[in-house]
Write a protein that binds this ligand. Sequence first.
Ligand code: RP5
Length: 163
Amino acid sequence: MDDARVAILMGSKNDWEIMKPAADTLEKLGIGFEARVLSAHRTPARLVRFVEEAEGRGIRAFICGAGGAAHLAGVVAAHTLRPVFGVPIPSSDLDGLDALLATVQMPGGIPVGTLAIGKAGAKNAALLVAAAFGVGDDGVRERIAKFREEQAGAIPDEPLAEG
Ligand code: RP5
């Protein structure tokens, strides 16, 4: 595992169960990460300070999970030139649809790459970061290829049922 190159941020400790697949996937691909609770609403100054210092500490991409009126990914994107991926967390009465719309509907000029609601989005955010890193890193690219092979190999190449 190399030094933390990805920051996994989430608005609440309660988001960790949903965001953990991002961490697990980066770990599997040998990409270092740091996971933190930082909120656009509850700890705004701490969040901005973290993002402004992150690039100097080697962070090259952000994965941000937030639920409800989810501003985390957008605020992070506003304070960095690194790519930002947003994961809508299904933590509210609207089951993440609110977070999806808040995260995906960025005004033109400040992009957030928005993934699916929930754990699949967290996992795919990590895979997308890995794919981007793999453009300039053959080791990462090879580990993604191995991941895909294992994924395909886990699906039996035979009929599920026959009559
Ligand atoms: C958001 O509010 C967090 O991302 C979380 O999904 C949601 C609810 O937070 P808690 O009240 O569970 O801490 O900022």
